[in-house]
Write a protein that binds this ligand. Structure first.
Ligand SMILES: [Fe+2]
Length: 547
């Protein structure tokens, strides 16, 4: 049977397709529309659908809208408790109620009667519990979802048994760990519902000196839920305007909120472990993109294993919704094979794009060796290979790569991308070599959702990927999962002694990640990237533009 999942209600609109229990395609609308996060999370944007992503999912599978057996919409307007102040919420609810008709307009041939509302947090939970590597029958797990909000709650704690979700706790609004983090994100001059990871990075520069005060305001309630009392952020640090310079007060506030978030998550996890006795925990919801908190959950929490959905934010609810419906129809769930669920292009298609743009290029006999040589010569490489990633992390399909041994490469890459200089860059490492270089975090760590300590002997050898607190957000690469990237890493080690390269997402400031060949050429043409590896082809800046 064929199940289409749609996320559209808040932000990161996305679509996913599950056919006969297997995940065939999943993609975020921003990669098509070229508008970061697809849209702003406002009530009056709730009607906007992931039209292009959904149409592509169908094309990828060779299906027409009428071939779909059921559509999951990852928000259930019947669960919304209307607030008495008559705010914009009623508009969001109205749009959600009309979503089946909107979908039928966007995808002509689709039967609006086939659209099923899946509660937002159930869709998040399924994106973790039914997509994790434990999702085969009999392999059960606990599941914890934390985000800004869904219909009326901001959290779900439960367990999966043979694919069936049992909900054990759900925290009602307005109490929300995700909204608390969004509030402090805005207070620190960043964009809420978007830049929360910058607060996490900033936290490493501060001391959690307000932790005791926050413990009074943000606390678990012993029943699996929690409270977030109103917080006067200005009492801890002055509000920052966008782009304004932060001080130690701001870093201390970030550190305090981050530390309190970690403590509360640990208590929620302990409660869930006591209730379920499970060994494994699956995580989703935007808060699960906080890799520092994930690492503490794994290191100090009661669960032996933690799996995080790489599209843990709202985009992942498209996949979760489809998996939830598939299970409800008796279809077996296959684990998520990889995050590379988006668009891919044949060598011929890529070559045709280069011909159309009249871009000089070569086709090296050994691409991995050629790219490793460019990286060893300290050139920045735009790397475009295979299917694009589902979720916010570049995982070696649409990446910018660089030499990790030169500290100034942090600044070079942050300049290419218009990133703040306090933000760290992440390393990619051969899975087999990770243990000797990185500690504490798990290995393998294929989705870059945990942080690791860098072994003291290696800090000075790979300075471009070591954060101010001595950690690194590692992605491990195995030859089985990504043979080409594994060979680049091995070839780079042969030349430099380092089985590590810098990996950051392939995009320029304010843009979504590159997805198709035109995006790649536009990015290459508008930023000081020196080499573009577009499938098997290599494009060198000096051969394209006069220097
Ligand atoms: Fe969510």
């Amino acid at each position: 049977m064929r199940f289409l999942g749609i996320n559209a209600i808040f932000h990161d609109p996305a679509a996913a397709l599950v056919v006969d229990g297997s995940i065939v395609a999943a993609a975020e609308e921003e990669r098509f529309s070229r508008r970061k996060h697809g849209k702003r999370p406002l009530a009056f944007s709730a009607w906007e659908l992931p039209e292009q992503a959904a149409a592509w999912c169908l094309r990828e599978a060779g299906l027409a809208p009428e071939d779909i057996d059921a559509v999951a919409y990852s928000y259930d307007p019947s669960l919304v408790v209307q607030r008495p102040d008559g705010d914009w919420e009623d508009l969001r609810t109205k749009y959600a109620v009309r979503a089946p008709a909107f979908l039928a307009t966007a995808l002509p041939g689709l039967d609006p009667g086939q659209v099923t509302y899946v509660p937002h947090h159930v869709a998040h939970a399924a994106s973790a519990g039914l997509a994790s590597r434990w999702s085969t029958p009999g392999r059960d797990c606990a599941v914890l979802v934390c985000d800004g909000r869904g219909e009326n709650v901001s959290h779900l704690a439960g367990r999966y048994r043979d694919g069936e979700l049992e909900v054990l706790a759900a925290q009602e609004l307005p109490h929300s760990l995700g909204l608390m983090y969004e509030d402090v994100t805005e207070h620190l001059g960043f964009l809420r519902s978007s830049d929360e990871y910058k607060v996490m990075a900033l936290a490493s520069y501060g001391r959690p000196r307000h932790l005791e005060a926050l413990r009074e305001l943000v606390y678990p309630t012993g029943d699996g839920g929690f409270r977030v009392e109103p917080v006067d952020w200005g009492g801890y640090a002055k509000a920052l305007r966008k782009g304004a310079s932060w001080t130690s007060d701001h870093a201390d506030l970030a550190a305090s909120v981050q530390a309190r978030l970690e403590e509360v998550l640990l208590e929620l996890a302990s409660w869930l472990h006591e209730r379920t006795g499970e060994r494994r925990l699956a995580l989703a919801g935007g808060v699960a993109l906080n890799c520092v908190a994930n690492t503490r959950l794994l290191a100090e929490g009661p669960f032996d294993e933690v799996w995080v959905q790489p599209a843990a934010g709202d985009s992942g609810t498209a996949l979760g919704g489809a998996l939830h419906l598939a299970h409800a129809h008796g279809e077996p769930a296959a684990p998520m094979p990889d995050a590379a669920l988006g668009r891919g292009f044949t060598d011929e298609e890529l070559g045709a794009w280069l011909e159309v743009a009249r871009v000089p290029h070569t086709r090296p006999a050994d691409l991995a060796a050629a790219v490793a040589a460019e990286l060893a010569a300290d050139r920045i490489v735009a790397w475009f290979q295979g299917r694009s990633e589902y979720g916010p992390r570049a995982l070696g399909r649409r990446s910018l790569l660089a030499h990790p041994g030169h500290a100034r490469n942090t600044e070079r890459l942050n300049d290419v991308k218009g990133r703040e200089q306090f933000r760290p860059l992440a390393p990619m490492v051969l899975e087999s070599r990770a243990a000797g270089i990185f500690g504490r975090g798990p290995v393998p760590s294929p989705y870059m959702l945990f942080v690791h300590d860098v072994h003291p002997d290696w800090v000075d050898r790979i300075p471009a990927v070591v954060h101010v607190d001595g950690t690194a957000r590692v992605q491990t690469v195995s030859p089985a999962a990504d043979p080409l990237m594994a060979r680049v890493l091995a070839e780079f080690e042969a030349r430099t002694g380092l089985p590590v390269v810098v990996n950051t997402s392939l995009n320029t400031a304010g843009r979504p990640m590159v997805d198709d060949p035109r995006d790649a050429l536009e990015c290459f043409g508008s930023s000081p990237v020196e080499v573009l590896a577009l499938g098997p082809y290599l494009v060198r800046r000096g051969e394209v533009f006069a220097s």
